[in-house]
Design a protein around this ligand. Structure first.
Ligand code: ZN
Length: 96
């Protein structure tokens, strides 16, 4: 009986995890859902959560697969670091 209970519990957990079949155009309603499979030219992503993130420097928002959210944050970080280095007018090429 314990084994059966365990199986039932696992099935319920999977059903509770909302599935999102969208491949683009994610909105706030999709945050927290999972994309079972997403094919891209770079590879195939499985079980990706859809997350909502924002840039703390310029307040841009992004909603989408976690992999792309990481790229969004990394891209903004690079851009704003560059902007800061430009604003500081460093002529020695060093940032302390
Ligand atoms: Zn930004």
């Amino acid at each position: 009986m314990a084994l059966v209970d365990g199986v039932v519990t696992m099935e319920q957990e999977q059903k509770d995890d909302d599935i999102c079949e969208k491949m683009e155009g994610w909105t706030h309603e999709d945050v927290g859902k999972r994309i079972p499979m997403r094919k891209t030219p770079n590879g195939t992503y499985y079980n990706e959560p859809i997350v909502s993130v924002f840039c703390q420097f310029c307040a841009s928002e992004f909603i989408g697969p976690s992999r792309e959210a990481g790229g969004f944050l990394g891209g903004h970080e690079c851009l704003h670091a560059w902007e800061i280095s430009q604003a500081m007018g460093r002529d020695d090429g060093m940032v302390e």
